[in-house]
Design a protein around this ligand. Structure first.
Ligand code: GDP
Length: 325
């Protein structure tokens, strides 16, 4: 299939074409990268915009259960939902825990849903860069909502926030002491905290946890890009499917407010700048790690060590030796 045809099929919302395009985008092969670039350019001029929702939470908090219930609720309303994952463990081990096919069984059978596990790459940065392109492809394919899931282990939230319009944090009911466990930086990133498992025996603990986090959020600096009452914490139950409509209402309210206030476009523009700089940095690092470059680096490094050349002069020479691939 050539790029024009692939692009055409994606525009028509064909899931198989989308899956194929994402494979292209994730590939490290030079010819695939080139085709992926051409494809993204070909698709670049569509005016479709999805709501990109980042979702983070530690393993066991209920991310897959929530995504399935929430996703089914949205497809039930006639919306098309894509689910992508940024899995930092796949970056380390090459195997993806978010790639488990048995997850989200109902949603994966839904015609209006598209689920894609995390790409396996060697760097979190690489996974995130490719996921960002996958988000654009889903958007071009006419998906209304793109959920980007990540395991909460610190760094991955930051990159997921750089891909999303809204950032959700899923938490489990917990005693007051554990509130300390959520890093301040992650709290500051969250637009909405969902305290999951607010059902059965856990319900009262969940309500208390929710109140604790609401209090903690009020202590954070009020963000100018947020309307009154945000960021906020609400209880949900992914299993009993309660609170999901409230969560969706809050997300839409926040997104709508940001659109009207101009913060939406500003955020996307800032994200584009961020990813542009990331691409440049990445390409430069790649040029520095070729065999030839490493040999030259080592050679110049020896010259600097023995005092033949100054560090800055050697650096200049090294940089001048790099050229566009
Ligand atoms: P993930 O690792 O974050 O994707 O978590 P899972 O979705 O796999 O859920 C972990 C466990 O928590 C499973 O045993 C779920 O059945 C359970 N769980 C998820 N959501 C809820 C919920 O809303 N209420 C209760 N009681 N259990 C839940």
């Amino acid at each position: 299939m050539d790029i024009a045809e692939l692009s055409d099929r994606i525009s028509k919302g064909e899931r198989r074409a989308l899956a194929r395009a994402i494979t292209l985008v994730e590939s490290g092969r030079a010819d695939h990268r080139e085709q992926a670039g051409a494809l993204l350019t070909a698709l670049g001029r569509h005016d479709r915009q999805a709501l990109r929702i980042g979702l983070s939470g530690t393993p066991g908090v209920g991310k897959s259960t929530f995504i399935e219930s929430f996703g089914m609720m949205l497809t039930g309303q006639g919306l098309r939902v894509a689910v992508l994952a940024v899995d930092p463990s796949s970056a380390r081990s090459g195997g993806s825990i978010l790639g488990d096919k048995t997850r989200m069984e109902r949603l994966s059978r839904d015609r209006n849903a598209f689920i894609r596990p995390s790409p396996s790459q060697t760097h979190l940065g690489g996974v995130a860069r490719r996921t960002r392109e996958a988000v654009s492809l889903c958007e071009a394919a006419g998906f209304d909502v793109v959920l980007i899931e990540t395991v909460g282990v610190g760094q991955s939230e930051t990159v997921v926030a750089e891909i999303s319009d809204l950032f959700l944090l899923l938490l489990a009911p917990a005693g007051g002491d554990e509130l300390q466990g959520v890093k301040r930086g992650i709290m500051e990133m969250a637009d909405l905290i969902l305290v999951n498992k607010a059902d059965g025996a856990l319900k009262s603990t969940a309500m208390r946890t929710c109140a604790d986090y609401s209090g903690a959020l009020r202590l954070l600096r009020k963000r100018p890009q947020d309307p009154e009452g945000f960021p906020k914490a609400i209880p949900v139950s992914a299993v009993e499917e309660t609170g999901l409509d409230q969560a969706w209402e809050d997300m839409q309210a926040l997104a709508g407010w940001r659109r009207e206030a101009g913060h939406w476009e500003a955020r996307r523009a800032a994200q584009s700048r961020y990813w542009f700089e990331e691409e440049v940095r990445h390409a430069l690092l790649a040029q520095l790690s070729t065999q030839e470059a490493r040999a030259r680096m080592s050679d110049l490094s020896d010259r600097v060590a023995s005092g033949v050349q100054s560090p800055s002069a050697a650096a200049k020479e090294m940089l001048a030796s790099l050229h566009a691939p």
